[in-house]
Design a protein around this ligand. Structure first.
Ligand code: SF4
Length: 219
């Protein structure tokens, strides 16, 4: 009898826990999506804790219910951008890394891949050259990388305090998650894939210039 009672209690507790988690997930997703639409920030920490804690199960649930699971990364990137922005703009450009994906390069790009990524000669054929020119003028450290293993190596051996990433929603959210203590800011590719992807250069330059604008405001 006591055993039955314990099993019943455990079953009920588990069911209650699952229902609470589901309510938290649904609330975080709806709130996150609503905030992006309205461009406001309410309870960002709550949303991020829920999304980070249940990242894989939420993605699986989305797939089960035929919902585009990019929503999870879209919310993650947008909320992180907003939360991190005030700290990010106060860190000097020379302490900030920029990671660009090498898939942005033009099909006729002649640059060679080296141990820290692609060495761009700023030939002007793709967005990388334009972004690199502007970023290095302001003292940022910019890397054009083929994958996350390059990011990990560079992060390990470089002294930096902030980071800017450019990638598709999923990769960007994961980079921002793993480098969360460096106040990451991210810009999303508007054409994804493995080859000749595209990014809105203005949105990347806006992030790059945000430190300059902030420093001028301080003067
Ligand atoms: S701008 Fe740089 S990355 Fe782009 S095609 Fe030219 S050399 Fe390659």
């Amino acid at each position: 009898m006591i055993t039955d009672y314990i099993y019943q209690l455990l079953g009920q507790s588990l069911l209650t826990l699952i229902i609470i988690i589901l309510i938290l997930i649904i609330t975080a997703l709806f709130l996150g999506k609503y905030l992006i639409k309205k461009d406001i920030v309410i309870f960002p920490r709550f949303i991020m804790v829920v999304i980070d804690l249940f990242y894989s199960p939420i993605k699986k649930l989305c797939r089960i219910f035929n919902i585009d699971d990019t929503i999870v990364d879209e919310i993650g990137v947008n909320i992180r951008n907003k939360i991190n922005y005030p700290k990010f703009i106060n860190i000097p450009a020379n302490k900030t890394l920029i990671f660009l994906p090498h898939c942005l390069r033009h099909r006729d790009c002649e640059s060679q891949l080296q141990k820290d990524g692609l060495i761009c000669s700023e030939c002007g054929k793709c967005a990388i050259g334009i972004i690199k020119k502007k970023a290095e003028l302001l003292d940022y450290k910019l890397y054009i990388v083929p994958g996350s293993s390059f990011v990990k190596n560079i992060v390990k051996k470089t002294d930096f305090e902030a980071v800017i990433g450019i990638a598709c929603y999923e990769d960007l959210n994961q980079i921002m998650m793993s480098l969360s203590k460096f106040y990451p800011q991210g810009a999303v590719l508007n054409k994804t894939g493995c080859f000749e992807t595209k990014v809105d250069i203005k949105s990347v330059l806006k992030i790059i210039n945000s430190k300059v604008v902030n420093n001028k405001d301080d003067d």
